[in-house]
Design a protein around this ligand. Structure first.
Ligand code: ADP
Length: 638
C-alpha cells in the first residue's frame, strides 16, 4: 500500500495553531506528554500480556530516548502495546473531543486560551504538543502480537501521511525533527543529552518504567577513548511509597499531572494508608478545575488508578470511589489483591469495599477541613465540585451528616460570599428548629423572590440553592445538627417572632374578614390552583405561589418529566398578602358586589403576576396580556 494523505480535521489544524501560540513559553511539556503516552502503552502491554501470552516479551519494558545532533532529531520509543493502522488513523489524526460544544467554544475563545493555555490539556491533545518543538513528526508503530508496522508523518500544517512501514519489534517510536534551538522563543536544544535528562528528572522521574538514554562516559586517561553507556534517567520510585518528607511538592505536582493529564497543579493532596487486616496506600488529589464534561459524561468514569504491589492494574477503577467523587484523581496500591484481579472480582471484593469506605472518609474529611481552614481555596473548590459533592447526598444516609458539613450556599445573610450550614446553625436562635432554604434556577431571581419577604422582615436567614441537583437532595427528609430543612416556598411557615400571640390574633382576625373573598378567588382559579390562603410570608408583594408540604415542587416535576416520567400537573397554593393595597381594593370591590365580573379577571392577574415573579411561565400569555391591556384602558380612562 502506498502512502495515503489525509487532511487534519479543521479543528485539529486550528488547535495546533492556537497551541503553538499560547504554549510557546511552556514548550518543554512535550516530553512529559510523550513519555506519559509511552508509559500508558507499556501499562497496557503489561496488563494485557497477563492473559495473552502472545503479547509477552523477553525484553524489559522501557522508554528510550535517542538524540542525533546532526540530523537534529529526538526519538522517543517504547516497547508497549503499539497501534494498528486503524488505531493510528483513529487516535493520531483526530482529537477525541473535537466534536464537543466545549471544544468549539475553546477554539473561539482565543483570549481565554491565552490566559490559561493549560485548558488545552483537557482535550487529550498530548501527542500534538510534539509540534511545539518539532517541524516534522514521524511516528512508527507496530501493534504487539502483529507483524506489519504503520508510519504516520506530518509537518503539522494541514495534512498527514500514513503508509506501511517496518519495525523489528512491537511498540512505538516518535521521531521529532526539531526546530532550531532559540532561547528567546523558549526552545531549548533538545538534542543536548543534559537538557533531555533534566526534563525527565523534572517531569517524569516517578514513571514506573526505566527511561533510558545513551550517555557518554568521558575518557578515563589520555590514552583512552570516550565510551558510551545506557543510563536510566529516572528513579522509578513509586512516589506513594516514599515518605512525604522525602518528596518535594514539585514532584507530587508533576506526578499528579502525569496521572491526570491535567496541565496545572492540583488544589490539594491527600495521602493515606490502610493498615491491619487489609493493607493499601493511596495518594489522591483534588484538581483545581472540573473537567468540562464532569456533569454530563459517562458516570462510570473515575480518576483513580489501581495498583497491586506497585504493579499497574487499571485506570478509572470505578470500584474504588463512588460516582460523586469521580473528580478525585490518584493512585491506590493494594498489598492483598491478586495481580490478575478482574473487574468482576473487584465488584464482589470485601477488601475493595473496605478500601472505598476508607477513601471516602479521608476525602470528605479533607474537604470539610479545607472548608474550615482554607476559605479561599474552598470557595473555588465548591464552584467547581460543589454539585458533585451534593450528588453524594443522594447515595444513602450513611455519610450525609458529614457531607452536609461540606455544603456551603448563597444566603440572604450575606450577598458577598457563601455560608456554611455550620455558620447558619451557629447564628440562629437555639430554639428554632428549621434551616430555611429556597431553591430555583438563578440566585439573582431567588434573592428577589416574594417568598423571602417575611423572612427578611423578621431577620431570618434563608439559604439559596440553584444547582440542578439541589432540587433533588433537598426533597429528602434531611437534618443537620437536629435542625430540619424547610423550604421558604412550601407549606406553612412559622415566622412568629417575640410578639407571637399578638401576631396570631391579628392573623386570625384578618383571615375571618377575608374568608369569603378568598373562597371566591379560589373558585375563579380552580383550574390553576388548589386553594387561596392568607400569607404570613409576604410584606411587599400582593401574592405568591407556594407548594403544599408533601407535593412535588414545579422544578422537581420538570426534572421528572425531562427524565421521561409522565407526571400529572400538581396544583399549588396562591398566598395573598392581606395588608397589600391590591387585596384591600379587591376586598372593597367584593363588599360592594360579590358577583362583579372584574373579580374573576383580577384573580387571573393576581395568579399570573405571582407566577411571573418567581420566574415561572404563564400557560396563556396572550390572555394575560389582554387582561393587562383592559386594566390599563380602564385605569387611563377613569
Ligand atoms: P491522550 O493521551 O490524552 O488520549 P494523545 O493525543 O496524547 O491524547 O494520544 C491519543 C491516543 O493515541 C492515545 O489515547 C493512545 O491511544 C494513542 N497513543 C499515543 N501515543 C501512543 C504510544 N506511544 N503507544 C500507543 N498508543 C499511543
Amino acid at each position: 500500500m502506498s502512502a495515503q494523505t489525509f487532511e487534519f480535521q479543521t479543528e485539529t489544524s486550528r488547535l495546533l495553531e492556537l497551541m503553538i501560540h499560547s504554549l510557546y513559553s511552556n514548550r518543554d511539556v512535550f516530553l512529559r506528554e510523550l513519555v506519559s503516552n509511552a508509559s500508558d502503552a507499556l501499562d497496557k502491554r503489561r496488563f494485557e500480556s497477563v492473559t495473552n501470552r502472545a503479547l509477552q516479551t523477553e525484553d524489559e519494558l522501557s522508554v528510550r530516548l535517542d538524540v542525533e545532533k546532526e540530523a537534529r532529531t529526538l526519538t522517543i520509543s517504547d516497547n508497549g502495546i503499539g497501534m494498528t493502522h486503524d488505531e493510528v488513523v483513529a487516535n493520531i489524526g483526530t482529537i477525541a473531543k473535537s466534536g464537543t460544544k466545549e471544544f468549539t467554544e475553546l477554539l473561539k475563545n482565543k483570549d481565554k486560551l491565552a490566559d490559561s493555555p493549560e485548558l488545552i490539556g483537557q482535550f487529550g491533545v498530548g501527542f500534538y504538543s510534539s509540534f511545539l518543538v518539532a517541524d516534522k513528526v514521524t511516528l512508527i508503530t507496530r501493534k504487539a502480537g502483529e507483524n506489519g508496522a504503520t508510519k504516520w508523518e506530518s509537518t503539522g500544517t494541514g495534512s498527514y501521511e500514513i503508509s506501511e512501514s517496518e519495525r523489528d519489534t512491537a511498540g512505538t517510536s516518535i521521531i521529532l525533527t526539531l526546530k532550531p534551538a532559540d532561547a528567546e522563543d523558549g526552545l531549548q536544544d533538545y538534542t543536548d543529552a543534559w537538557v533531555v535528562e533534566s526534563l525527565v528528572r523534572k517531569y517524569s522521574d516517578f514513571v514506573s518504567y526505566p527511561i533510558k538514554m545513551e550517555k557518554e562516559i568521558p575518557a578515563a586517561g589520555e590514552d583512552e577513548k570516550a565510551t558510551t553507556e545506557d543510563a536510566t534517567l529516572n528513579s522509578q520510585k513509586a512516589i506513594w511509597t516514599r515518605s512525604a518528607s522525602d518528596v518535594s511538592e514539585d514532584d507530587y505536582n508533576e506526578f499528579y499531572k502525569h496521572i491526570s493529564r491535567d496541565w496545572v497543579d492540583p488544589l490539594k493532596r491527600i495521602s493515606t494508608s490502610i493498615e491491619g487486616t487489609i493493607e493499601a496506600k493511596a495518594l489522591l488529589f483534588l484538581p483545581k478545575k472540573a473537567p468540562f464534561d464532569l456533569y454530563h459524561r459517562d458516570m462510570s468514569k473515575r480518576g483513580v488508578q489501581l495498583y497491586v504491589k506497585r504493579v499497574f492494574i487499571m485506570d478509572d477503577c470505578e470500584e474504588l470511589l463512588p460516582s460523586y467523587l469521580r473528580f478525585v484523581k490518584g493512585v491506590v496500591d493494594s498489598e492483598d489483591l491478586p495481580l490478575n484481579v478482574s473487574r468482576e472480582v473487584l465488584q464482589q471484593n470485601r477488601q475493595v469495599r473496605a478500601i472505598q469506605k476508607h477513601l471516602v472518609k479521608k476525602i470528605v474529611d479533607a474537604v470539610v477541613t479545607m472548608r474550615r481552614n482554607d476559605w479561599d481555596d474552598y470557595q473555588a473548590f465548591w464552584g467547581e465540585f460543589g454539585p458533585a459533592i451534593k450528588e453524594g447526598l443522594l447515595m444513602g444516609p450513611e455519610r450525609n451528616e458529614k457531607l452536609l458539613e461540606a455544603v456551603i450556599a448563597e444566603s440572604t445573610a450575606d450577598d458577598t460570599k457563601r455560608r456554611s450550614l455550620e455558620d447558619y446553625v451557629a447564628d440562629m436562635p437555639e430554639e428554632r428548629e428549621e434551616i430555611y432554604y429556597l431553591s430555583g434556577t438563578s440566585i439573582d431571581a431567588l434573592r428577589k423572590s416574594p417568598h423571602l419577604e417575611g423572612f427578611k422582615a423578621k431577620g431570618i436567614e434563608v439559604l439559596l440553592f440553584n444547582d440542578a441537583v439541589d432540587e433533588i437532595w433537598l426533597q429528602q427528609p434531611l437534618t443537620y445538627k437536629d435542625k430540619k430543612f424547610v423550604s421558604a416556598s412550601r407549606g406553612e411557615v412559622n415566622l412568629e417572632g417575640e410578639d407571637k400571640e399578638e401576631d396570631e390574633k391579628k392573623d386570625e382576625e384578618r383571615k375571618t374578614e377575608l374568608s369569603d373573598l378568598l373562597i371566591s378567588l379560589g373558585s375563579k382559579l380552580q383550574d390553576e390552583i388548589k386553594e387561596v390562603r392568607l400569607s404570613k410570608r409576604l410584606t411587599d408583594s400582593a401574592a405568591c405561589l407556594i407548594t403544599d408540604s408533601g407535593d412535588l415542587s414545579p422544578q422537581m416535576e420538570q426534572i421528572m418529566r425531562a427524565s421521561g416520567q409522565a407526571m400529572p400537573e400538581t396544583k399549588r397554593i396562591l398566598e395573598v398578602n392581606g395588608a397589600h393595597p391590591v387585596i384591600k381594593a379587591l376586598e372593597s370591590l367584593y363588599k360592594v358586589d360579590a358577583e362583579d365580573p372584574k373579580i374573576a379577571s383580577y384573580a387571573q392577574l393576581l395568579h399570573g403576576q405571582a407566577l411571573l415573579a418567581e420566574g415561572g411561565q404563564l400557560s396563556d400569555p396572550a390572555a394575560f396580556a389582554g387582561l393587562v391591556a383592559d386594566l390599563m384602558v380602564s385605569a387611563a380612562s377613569a
